[in-house]
Design a binder for this molecule. Structure first.
Ligand SMILES: Cc1cc2nc3c(=O)[nH]c(=O)nc-3n(C[C@H](O)[C@H](O)[C@H](O)COP(=O)(O)OP(=O)(O)OC[C@H]3O[C@@H](n4cnc5c(N)ncnc54)[C@H](O)[C@@H]3O)c2cc1C
Ligand code: SF4
Length: 482
C-alpha cells in the first residue's frame, strides 16, 4: 500500500521495503495559519522536495492547499505512521481512507512506556526512565551495570569549551532556489513569516544529516556534556545540531547513540560526553515524546500552569535590536538568524525570561514551535510547560526552572559586556533577570512552597531587605524590552 509521509517522517525507517510507493503532500494552509520562521518553512519544503526527487517514480508529490485536498486528489487508501501532533493524529484518524500505523522515529515504544509509567503512577521520573531505556536497549551497559559504574557521569574538566570546527553547512541546490522563490511569492501574497531568511543551515536530506552526525561524532562528541555553558562568540559550542534531523526523521536516534557508544568503546570520546548524549537522546527526547501522549488523557487541567499575559511584540517578532540585556538580545538574534539556539539559551534565557514575566505557557509553546527549526509541540510539554516553567506535571517530573542573573553570569560571558549588572537587584543597573527572579519568587512563593528544589531560594527570599522595591521596579519594567 502507498505510504503517506509527513515532513517529519522522511528517513528510510519510515518505509517498509525498497519499492513501497509513497505519497508526499505539501499543504500551503499549514503556513497560512500561523507565522513560522522563514528558515523553518524553507527547511520543511526543501526536505519534502528533496525526498520526492530521491524517490523518483515511487513518489506521488502533491502541492495542495490542505492535506484533505491532497488525500481527495489521490483518492485511494493510504497508510501513515502515527503523526507527531494531536491535531495531525486526530485528522488522520478522521479520514476513512487512511490507515494509521504505530509511531516510528523514537526508541521506546508507546506500549513499553505505558507499562513502565503505569507501574509508577506519580513517580515516573526522567532518571528512572533513562535507566529503563539504557537497560532495555543495552546502551552503555557492562553486563547489568552501567558503563563506568554510574548512570550519570559528570564532565570533570572545568575549563571552558575550546573553539571547535563549525558544523558542516549544507550546500544549497536548485531545489533550495525553487523553495526560496516560492516562499518569496507566498510572502508577496500575504503569508507571514518571522525571522530572517539565510542560507539553509540544517540538513534537508539523509545524506546531509549523516554527514553532520559524522562530523559531530568526530569533533564535538569528545567535548559534549557542558550543558549550561553559553559563549557570546560561539553559538554552537559542542552541541550536535542534530535535533532537526532526528525530528524530521532523517536520522534514527538509537543508531546515532550506538555510534556514539562505539566512539567511547574505541577510546575516541570520554564516557561523560557519550553518556550525556545518550541521556539527551534516548532519555530526555523519548521521555518528552511519551509524556506528550501519555498525559493526553491523564494530565489534569488543574495542574496546568497559569501565566497571566501574552508575549510582547518585540519578543514574538525576534526584535533583538530593541533589547539591551545582552544575553536576551543574543538569544533572540540567534533565533532570528537561524531559527535555532542551544539548550542553555532556550532554557536559562528565553524560557526563564518568559517564566519570570508570567507569559502564557500556551503562547510560549506556540512561539517556540513556530520560531525554532526543530520546534515540535511534543517537545514542549516538559521543555516549555514543565522544565522552563515552574509547573508540576502532576508529580511526573519535579523539574522547576527559573534562575537569576547570577546563574547566567556564572555560565556565560554575556554579563561582562552588558549595560546591566547581574549582582544588582534594584536601581538603574539592576539586571532584569535578577530583579525578575526575586520578584517572580515573591509572587509564586506559596505555589513553590514544598518544592524541594526551591527551599533554599525561598529561604534567601525571606532575607532580602529590598524586596518591595524589587517588586515595584519589576512591575514598572513589565513587558517592555529590557
Ligand atoms: C524552552 C525549550 C524549548 C525546546 N523546544 C524543543 C523542540 O521544540 N524540539 C526539540 O527537539 N527540542 C527542544 N528543546 C530541547 C533542546 O533545547 C533541543 O533539542 C536542542 O537544543 C537541539 O540542539 P542540538 O541538536 O544541538 O542538541 P544537543 O545539545 O546536541 O543534544 C543532542 C540531542 O538530544 C536531544 N535533546 C537534547 N536536549 C533535549 C531536551 N531538553 N529535550 C528533548 N530532547 C533533547 C535532541 O534531539 C538533540 O538533538 C527545547 C528546550 C527548551 C529549554
Ligand atoms: S547582566 Fe543580566 S541581562 Fe545582562 S547579560 Fe547578565 S544576566 Fe543578561
Amino acid at each position: 500500500m502507498r505510504r503517506w509521509l509527513f515532513a517529519d517522517q522522511l528517513g528510510p525507517h519510515f518505509l517498509d521495503g525498497a519499492h513501497q510507493p509513497v505519497l508526499l503532500i505539501e499543504s500551503k494552509a499549514v503556513f497560512r495559519r500561523r507565522a513560522f520562521h522563514r528558515q523553518k518553512a524553507h527547511l520543511i519544503l526543501s526536505a519534502l522536495r528533496h525526498r520526492a526527487a530521491e524517490l523518483g517514480d515511487r513518489a506521488l508529490h502533491l502541492k495542495t492547499e490542505t492535506y484533505r485536498e491532497g488525500l481527495r486528489r489521490y483518492g485511494e487508501v493510504v497508510e501513515v505512521s502515527h503523526p507527531t501532533s494531536r491535531r495531525a493524529r486526530d485528522f488522520v484518524r478522521s479520514q476513512e481512507k487512511v490507515t494509521v500505523l504505530p509511531p516510528r522515529g523514537f526508541v521506546t515504544s508507546h506500549e513499553d512506556f505505558a507499562a513502565w509509567a503505569d507501574g509508577r503512577r506519580g513517580a515516573a521520573r526522567l532518571d528512572d526512565f533513562y535507566r529503563h531505556a539504557r537497560q532495555s536497549h543495552r546502551v552503555l551497559m557492562d553486563g547489568d551495570e552501567p558503563a563506568g559504574g554510574r548512570w550519570q557521569v559528570r564532565v570533570t574538566d572545568g575549563s571552558r569549551s575550546q573553539a571547535l570546527p563549525p558544523a558542516p553547512t549544507p550546500v544549497e541546490d536548485d531545489i533550495d532556489a525553487e523553495v526560496r522563490d516560492d516562499l518569496d511569492r507566498w510572502a508577496a501574497e500575504g503569508i507571514e513569516f518571522i525571522g530572517r531568511d539565510g542560507p539553509r543551515q540544517f540538513p534537508a536530506t539523509r545524506a546531509e544529516a549523516l554527514d553532520r552526525q559524522q562530523q559531530f561524532l568526530i569533533h564535538r562528541l569528545p567535548h559534549f556534556g557542558r550543558p549550561d555553558e553559553m559563549l557570546s562568540d560561539d553559538p554552537w559550542l559542542a552541541h550536535s545540531g542534530l535535533s532537526t534531523s532526528f525530528n524530521m526523521g532523517l536520522l534514527e536516534p538509537l543508531p546515532a547513540v550506538r555510534q556514539a557508544e562505539e566512539e567511547y568503546r574505541a577510546g575516541h570520546a570520554p564516557l561523560a560526553g557519550v553518556e550525556r548524549f545518550a541521556r539527551q537522546v534516548i532519555g530526555w527526547r523519548d521521555y518528552l515524546w511519551h509524556l506528550y501522549w501519555y498525559l493526553d488523557v491523564g494530565y489534569p487541567a488543574s495542574a496546568r500552569p497559569k501565566g497571566t499575559s501574552s508575549i510582547p511584540e518585540w519578543f514574538a517578532t525576534l526584535d533583538a535590536e530593541s533589547v539591551h540585556a545582552r544575553c536576551l538580545s543574543a538569544a533572540l538574534a540567534a533565533v532570528r538568524d537561524r531559527g535555532w539556539a542551544h539548550n542553555p539559551m532556550r532554557q536559562a534565557v528565553l524560557g526563564n525570561y518568559a517564566v519570570q514575566r508570567g507569559w502564557r505557557p500556551t503562547d510560549m509553546v506556540d512561539w517556540f514551535q513556530r520560531a525554532f527549526v526543530d520546534g515540535h509541540e511534543w517537545a514542549m510539554i516538559g521543555n516549555v510547560v514543565g522544565m522552563a516553567r515552574h509547573a508540576e506535571l502532576g508529580s511526573l517530573t519535579a523539574e522547576a526552572y527559573a534562575v537569576s542573573g547570577a546563574h547566567i553570569n556564572r555560565t556565560s560571558d554575556f554579563c561582562a559586556g552588558c549595560r546591566y549588572d547581574p549582582k544588582q537587584r534594584v536601581g538603574a543597573d539592576a539586571c532584569p533577570f535578577t530583579g525578575g527572579y526575586w520578584s517572580y519568587l515573591h509572587h509564586t512563593r506559596e505555589r513553590l512552597h514544598g518544592n524541594v528544589r526551591m527551599t533554599r531560594a525561598l529561604k534567601q527570599l525571606a532575607l532580602i531587605p529590598d524586596l518591595s522595591e524589587i517588586v515595584t521596579q519589576e512591575r514598572a519594567r513589565g513587558d517592555a524590552a529590557p
